[in-house]
Design a binder for this molecule. Structure first.
Ligand code: DQA
Length: 148
């Protein structure tokens, strides 16, 4: 199996660092990418780290992941709560997906408690801020049976 994973970030996550830091913390997406690159080295996996504000681009990335990545870590941002299309893409791509959020979506507004990703994900990590990213990498590798 390919020891390559994809971390896919959805809308507005490019603004991390200045976007509602009281909720999402002071860490920028570039900081998170660096954190994940270090973790990938430690886990001996190759990593692609992407972000898009566009639902269709995220769907394309999930389709293209098939056969290329052993798994995906997906922070779908607000599309988590709205996108049947992303849910269908995950169902169709046959690549395991870990759902990830910086904030605890279950402790916020009611609409954030609904996730269209959760039913098709292998699991969900939320509420740990930037630290959730390396945790999700451990979780994915453990699921794949290639843990550290
Ligand atoms: C988020 C939570 C979502 O509800 C929100 O729309 C985001 C970020 C998180 O990482 O906590 O954009 O996915």
């Amino acid at each position: 199996m390919t020891r390559a994973i994809l971390i896919l970030n959805g809308p507005n996550l490019n603004l991390l660092g200045t976007r509602q830091p009281e909720i999402y913390g002071p860490t920028t997406l570039a900081d998170i990418e660096a954190l994940c690159a270090d973790k990938a080295k430690a886990l001996n996996v190759s990593l692609d780290f992407q972000q898009s504000n566009h639902e269709g681009a995220l769907i394309d990335a999930i389709h293209e992941a098939r056969g290329k990545y052993a798994g995906i870590i997906l922070n779908a941002g607000a599309f988590t709560h709205t996108s049947v299309a992303l849910m269908d893409a995950i169902s169709s791509a046959m690549v395991p997906v870990v759902e990830l959020h910086l904030s605890n979506i279950h402790a916020r507004e009611e609409f954030r408690k609904t996730s269209f990703i959760a039913p098709v994900a292998i699991g969900q990590i939320c509420g740990f801020g930037a630290a959730g990213y390396p945790l999700a990498m451990d979780a994915l590798l453990s699921y794949l049976g290639e843990g550290s």
